[in-house]
Write a protein that binds this ligand. Structure first.
Ligand code: DX5
Ligand code: ZN
Length: 222
């Protein structure tokens, strides 16, 4: 197995936090030592659920200034909202490859606004769908559940997609991060790490962990 390109890092998902106390949940993520905070933005169209808007992200940004905000847009029209989330303090904005839009232009626009960009694949979307964009991204996010809800079981059939994307990354001499999201816990996360992932979203397993700081530290050893 080739050596990993990046050290492994945890991005706890605020979706599994306490929604009437989101700032406290974000502070708990920072206190556990996690470097990133994953923020799931849903529009009720691309996914059958609703979550947070830019104002929520801006206020969380002020209360937890040291976390890297990894904003995952599950939107039918991400081009309408990406800039608002960047102004709110996102350091990385990812959006899905499935909706019809000019992905090249939006990837470039996010970078031009001083933010990292990412492209996301649903479980049913093959690795080939993002191949034309690999030279333009800071991160590829492989969904390991159907997006919309936390707490779903990990899709082991996504491991081959990670292997394929990691191979393409190496073949082309690229260094984008390879992130996984959905059903990630210490066991499934290690399987993803072996398949090439380096960035791990964890909602349920992080907030339910009896020792969150130990969880964060252990990810670095995966
Ligand atoms: C699902 C979201 C995930 C979610 C993961 O649509 O994109 O980020 O928070 O939750 P868990 O870790 O509970 O599967
Ligand atoms: Zn997510």
């Amino acid at each position: 197995m080739p050596a990993p390109l990046h050290s492994a890092l945890l991005a706890p998902s605020l979706l599994a936090g306490r929604h009437t106390r989101l700032a406290e949940s974000a502070a708990e993520v920072a206190a556990a030592g996690a470097p990133w905070l994953h923020l799931d933005i849903m529009d009720g169209h691309f996914v059958p659920n609703l979550t947070f808007g830019p104002q929520m992200v801006a206020e969380l940004r002020r209360e937890t200034p040291d976390l890297f905000f990894d904003v995952h847009l599950m939107l039918e029209e991400p081009q309408r909202y990406a800039e608002a989330f960047i102004q709110a303090g996102a350091q990385l904005v990812s959006f899905h490859v499935e909706p019809t839009l000019d992905h090249h232009t939006l990837l470039a626009r996010i970078r031009a606004l001083g933010c990292q960009n990412g492209l996301v694949l649903n479980p049913g979307t093959p690795a080939e769908a993002v191949e034309p964009f690999l030279g333009e991204v800071d991160l590829i996010l492989v969904m390991t559940v159907q997006p919309g809800f936390g707490g779903q079981p990990f899709r082991r059939d996504m491991l081959d997609k990670l292997v394929r994307l990691d191979a393409l990354r190496r073949d082309r001499g690229l260094t984008f991060r390879l992130e996984v999201d959905g059903g990630v816990d210490p066991a499934t996360g290690r399987e993803c790490r072996a398949a090439g992932a380096d960035t791990f979203v964890a909602g349920t397993s992080f907030f339910k962990s009896p020792d969150r700081a130990a969880f964060v530290r252990e990810v670095a050893t995966w």
